[in-house]
Design a protein around this ligand. Structure first.
Ligand SMILES: C[S@@+](CC[C@H](N)C(=O)[O-])C[C@H]1O[C@@H](n2cnc3c(N)ncnc32)[C@H](O)[C@@H]1O
Length: 222
């Protein structure tokens, strides 16, 4: 893995230089906690006009995503091994256009709430690296984590562009790209929740239409 051209095990020197790494000025979308990479490898093939970076804390998981990438050799997808706590040390202000959080660990104990990737402390980190019209898209089947996340968005002073507790039976199901965990939990009958958050409701007014897997152009609170 250390020698793979697709993985950055020591990403901090590239802060502010990720567009140079891709060799273009296309928007950069990241997934924090990418797991084995099913979601981003699918998106990167669907959207060659977007640069994607998958972030994963554990090498043992990242290596599975790397196996897929070595096979597909996509020019618009790189992987970073890092803890999300260090996001602002790896990305410069306004370097990222969109952040995906999919089936993030729920950390159910109250004393671990700050570790949740949708805590207000994390929204502060996202605020520092996103472009002004940037957004965060979060999917989970965990109802309590979803309620916590909706509250965090508002606590952080962001706007909920979309919030649904049954994505797959909503108008936003069209074009939805499933993650590994999403496939697993929805096949067990669990409804999938999704929210989209932006600063000052700017995501829906972005000059460029959103390129997410969702019908994000029709965002609405349900
Ligand atoms: C439950 S899995 C979901 C994987 C994938 N997103 C999906 O939906 O199939 C959560 C992943 O996030 C990673 N993760 C958890 N906390 C993280 C952190 N602080 N920084 C980076 N990755 C993290 C875990 O190692 C795990 O691979």
């Amino acid at each position: 893995m250390e020698e793979s051209p697709f993985v950055f095990p020591d990403p901090k020197p590239y802060r502010g230089r990720w567009h140079e790494v891709f060799g273009n000025t296309r928007p950069i979308y990241i997934e924090v906690g990418m797991g084995k990479g099913q979601f981003l490898t699918a998106l990167a093939q669907l959207h060659p006009e977007i640069n994607y970076i998958g972030i994963e804390k554990y090498s043992s998981v990242l290596v599975r995503a790397l196996e897929k990438l070595e096979e597909l050799r996509l020019p618009n997808l790189y992987l970073i091994r890092m803890d999300a706590e260090e996001l602002t040390e790896v990305f410069a202000p306004e370097e990222v256009s969109l952040i995906y959080l999919n089936f993030s660990d729920p950390w159910p104990k109250d004393r671990h709430a700050k570790r949740r990737l949708t805590s207000a402390a994390y929204f502060d980190r996202y605020n520092q690296i996103l472009i002004p019209e940037g957004r965060v898209e979060f999917k989970t089947d965990h109802q309590d984590l979803f309620s916590f996340s909706e509250a965090s968005v508002l606590e952080a002073g962001w706007t909920l562009e979309l919030s649904t507790r049954d994505l797959h039976h909503s108008p936003y199901a069209q074009g939805n790209v499933m993650t590994e965990y999403e496939e697993r939990f929805s096949s067990m009958g669990n409804p999938i929740c999704k929210l989209i958050a932006s600063r000052n409701g700017t995501a829906g007014k972005s000059a460029k239409p959103p390129e997410s897997e969702s019908a994000a152009g029709e965002q609405r609170i349900e």
